[in-house]
Design a protein around this ligand. Structure first.
Ligand code: NAP
Length: 412
C-alpha cells in the first residue's frame, strides 16, 4: 500500500515518522507543483494521501465524493483512492483539533474563543469550536475584528492561534500579547515547532493552559491511517505516539557552574541517545575564532554575554539535540525563553571542590563560593530538573535518561 503527503514544499516533515507507527504501509513525501497537480491526482500511484499547504482546497474538485466534515469545512487533508479509481476526500484536521481541545482539558461551552487567522486551519478549528458550543470571534489582520481593536474582547476565555506567527524559523515572534485578556483560561497554538511559541510561554507564565499543535498533528494522522487501513486506532495509541514524538523533538539542555561537566556529560548523552551534540562555548569559539575565555579577557563579559545569547538563539531553534551551555548563561533572563522554547533544562550540580577551573576566567577571578551563591537560585529557576553529578559519568547520564523516560511516560 502506497500512501504519502502531498504538498508543494515539504521540507522536513514529521508525517513519515508518525505514520511509521500507525500502520503497515509505505509513506512518502510527494512534492508536486501546481501545474502537475491534476496529472498526479488522476494518474498518480497512491492508495491514500494526506494533503497540506497549498492544496487543501485545490484537491476538492478532483474528489468524486466528500465526507460531511470535508464538505462542512471546505478543506480536504485526506484522500482515499477507491476500488473504482475515484477519489474520496475527508478532513481529519477536524478530529485532530477536537482531540487537541479535549486533551487540553479546557471547557469552552458558552465561552468566547478568539481564533487568530482566517486561513484553512482557522475554518476547521472554528467548526470544531462552534460544534462544541463556543462563541467564536475571528481576529484577522484585515477583518472587522483585528489586532488594533483587541480591547473589544477582554472577556475572551480562550485564544487559538491558527496563524504561522512564531513558527520555525521565526521563533520568538508573537501575534499578540495577553495583557488585554484578564479572563483568559488558556491558549492553544496549532504550531508545534517550536514546542513552545512565545505566545504559549506567555500563557505558561500566567499559569493558564498552554498547549501546542503536536497532539493535533498526531491525531489527524491517526484518523487518516484509519481511513487508509480500515483499522481503528485508539486514543491511547495516539497519546503514546504523541509522547514519543514529543520526547524525540525536545532538546536536552545542560546548565550549571563552569567546570561541572556539561560538555563531558553532554557528549556521552548524545552518544547514548544517537543525537547531535552542541557546546555553545565551542560554537562561539568556532564562529568568532577566539575562545570564550579570550573574548571575556579582551572584550569584557558584557560583550561575551551578547554573543552567547545570539549563539543560544541560533542553536535552540533546532529540535532533538543535546546542548551544553556556558556556566553564566543563566545571568541573562532572556536566555530562559530561548532555551525553554524547545527543551528540557537540566541543572548539573557538582560539589564546588570538584569543579574544573582551568581556562575559566570568571571561576578564577571570583571565589567559586561567591559565584555559586550568585547563581545557585538562577540555576534552580531555569531548570526543570536538578541532576547530581558527583558520581561517575555513567550514573549521571543514566539519571538524565531515566528522567527523560519518565517524562515521556508521564505525557500519555
Ligand atoms: P494559511 O491558510 O496560510 O492561514 C494562515 C492565516 O494566518 C492567514 O490566513 C492569515 O490570516 C494569518 N496570517 C498569515 N501571516 C500572518 C502574519 N504575518 N501575521 C498575522 N497573521 C498572519 O495556513 P493554515 O493552513 O491555516 O495553517 C496555519 C498554521 O496552522 C500553520 O502554522 C500550520 O503549520 C498550522 N497547522 C497545524 C496543524 C497541526 O496539525 N498542528 C494543522 C494545520 C495547520 P489573516 O489574513 O486573516 O490575518
Amino acid at each position: 500500500m502506497r500512501c504519502g503527503l502531498l504538498g508543494q514544499k515539504l521540507g522536513h516533515s514529521y508525517s513519515p515518522y508518525i505514520h511509521n507507527f500507525l500502520g503497515n504501509y509505505t509513506y512518502e513525501l510527494f512534492e508536486i507543483q501546481p501545474d502537475e497537480l491534476s496529472d498526479f491526482l488522476q494518474n498518480g500511484d497512491f492508495s491514500g494521501l494526506n494533503v497540506t499547504i497549498p492544496y487543501k482546497k485545490a484537491v476538492i474538485s478532483f474528489c468524486h465524493e466528500l465526507s460531511p466534515v470535508a464538505a462542512k469545512t471546505g478543506a480536504v487533508n485526506t484522500i482515499i483512492r477507491r476500488k473504482d479509481g475515484t477519489l474520496f476526500g475527508h478532513n481529519t484536521d477536524y478530529f485532530g483539533f477536537s482531540s487537541m481541545l479535549a486533551q487540553s482539558g479546557l471547557s469552552i461551552k458558552g465561552k468566547k474563543v478568539l481564533v487568530l487567522g482566517s486561513g484553512g486551519a482557522s475554518a476547521t478549528v472554528s467548526s470544531v469550536l462552534k460544534d462544541a458550543g463556543a462563541q467564536v470571534i475571528f481576529i484577522s489582520r484585515t477583518g472587522d475584528n483585528n489586532y488594533q481593536n483587541l480591547d473589544r474582547h477582554q472577556d475572551a476565555s480562550v485564544i487559538v492561534n491558527t496563524t504561522p506567527v512564531g513558527m520555525y524559523p521565526s521563533n520568538g515572534d508573537s501575534p499578540l500579547n495577553l495583557d488585554a485578556f484578564p479572563s483568559l483560561e488558556g491558549v492553544l497554538d496549532l504550531i508545534y515547532n517550536p514546542a513552545r511559541t512565545a505566545l504559549l510561554m506567555e500563557a505558561e507564565t500566567r499559569g493558564i493552559v498552554a498547549k501546542n499543535g503536536l497532539f493535533m498533528l498526531v491525531a489527524q494522522a491517526a484518523e487518516s491511517a484509519q481511513w487508509f487501513t480500515n483499522t481503528k486506532i485508539s486514543m491511547d495509541r495516539i497519546a503514546n505516539i504523541h509522547s514519543k514524538l514529543q520526547a524525540q523533538m525536545a532538546n536536552i539542555i545542560l546548565i550549571g557552574m563552569p567546570g561541572c561537566g556539561k560538555t563531558t556529560i553532554g557528549k556521552k548523552l548524545a552518544e547514548a541517545l544517537g543525537r547531535k551534540f552542541v557546546d555553545s562555548d565551542e560554537l562561539i569559539e568556532k564562529t568568532h575564532k577566539m575562545s570564550a575565555s579570550n573574548i571575556i579577557k579582551n572584550f569584557g563579559e558584557k560583550k561575551f554575554r551578547q554573543i552567547e545569547t545570539e549563539t543560544l538563539k541560533r542553536v535552540s531553534i533546532n529540535s532533538g539535540i543535546i546542548i551544553a551551555t556556558g556556566g553564566g548563561c543563566v545571568t541573562q533572563p532572556e536566555n530562559y525563553n530561548i532555551l525553554h522554547q524547545n527543551g528540557t533544562i537540566y541543572f548539573l550540580n557538582r560539589n564546588l571542590n570538584a569543579l574544573a577551573t582551568e581556562d575559566r576566567p570568571l571561576s578564577q577571578c571570583n571565589h567559586l563560593e561567591d559565584l555559586y551563591c550568585e547563581r545557585k537560585q538562577l540555576y534552580k529557576d531555569f531548570s526543570d530538573y536538578t541532576i547530581d553529578n558527583n558520581q561517575d559519568i555513567r550514573s549521571t547520564v543514566e539519571a538524565i535518561m531515566e528522567q527523560e523516560n519518565s517524562y515521556e511516560n508521564s505525557c500519555h
